[in-house]
Design a protein around this ligand. Structure first.
Ligand code: PRP
Length: 211
């Protein structure tokens, strides 16, 4: 039997995923050692192989078939736009992609003003403003601490992830519009989907019993 290879987005998401897999008897002890610099881990009994990658790289590994399966946030899947099948909502990491800003920015969205939008997700933001809202905007790509942008005058609004809402609140910002709900998803390479359909189906069925 060939290895079924999983790419997991690093960090909180990977921890959740390993917990979930443990519940259905898929364990990988060596992966839990967070001090280890090892990149790839195997479960020889099940012929499963796991590796950790940066979130945005997970769909890339899966599209090219270097991983059969990926576990990553829906934000990353939408942003990267790779040719992969999204097969399952794993439920955790639930949050929302939102347009946020100071309350006074609300009329700018209503009146379709030409505004600047700062975001770590330029493709999601572009799609939302151009295809859903039909509003022409200037998208400014940032790499983190997006909430700063409206405060220091870089942009009128931001498109960002809102989980508890506390980052917005502490910075005097608010949700102005919701773009879409997000959570962790399982993605599969289209060829693996056909070649390994039985093992993938079995995995999904077992995961369903614990979600
Ligand atoms: C994310 C997101 C928000 C925050 C939302 O940032 O970009 O800033 O979490 O969470 P909350 O609604 O619970 O406050 P992250 O911590 O990933 O860091 P970043 O600013 O570097 O993107």
């Amino acid at each position: 039997m060939r290895y079924l290879t999983f790419a997991l987005g690093k960090g909180r998401l990977a921890r959740h995923t390993l917990e979930l897999f443990e519940k259905i008897g898929i364990t990988c002890e060596e992966m839990k050692d967070e001090t280890s610099r090892k990149l790839i881990f195997t479960n020889e009994d099940l012929k499963f192989r796991f590796f950790l990658a940066k979130g945005p790289d997970v769909p890339t590994y899966v599209e090219y078939g270097a991983a059969d399966i990926g576990i990553v946030g829906r934000d990353t899947i939408l942003e990267e736009g790779r040719k992969v099948h999204e097969v399952m909502d794993l439920g955790y990491g639930a949050c929302r992609m939102c347009v946020c800003g100071p309350k006074k920015a609300a009329p700018l969205l209503e009146h379709h003003e030409l505004i600047r939008v700062a975001t770590k997700y330029p493709n999601i933001a572009k799609d939302y403003f151009y295809n859903t809202k039909h509003q022409t905007v200037e998208i400014i790509k940032l790499n983190g601490s997006i909430e700063l942008a409206p405060i220091v005058g870089l942009a009128e609004v931001i498109v960002d992830i809102v989980e508890t809402g506390s980052t917005l609140k502490e910075n005097g910002l608010t949700v102005l519009e919701e773009v879409c709900p997000l959570s962790a998803r399982m993605i599969v390479n289209p060829v693996s989907m056909r070649m390994e359909i039985d093992r993938i189906r079995d995995l999904i069925t077992r995961l369903r019993t614990v979600i």
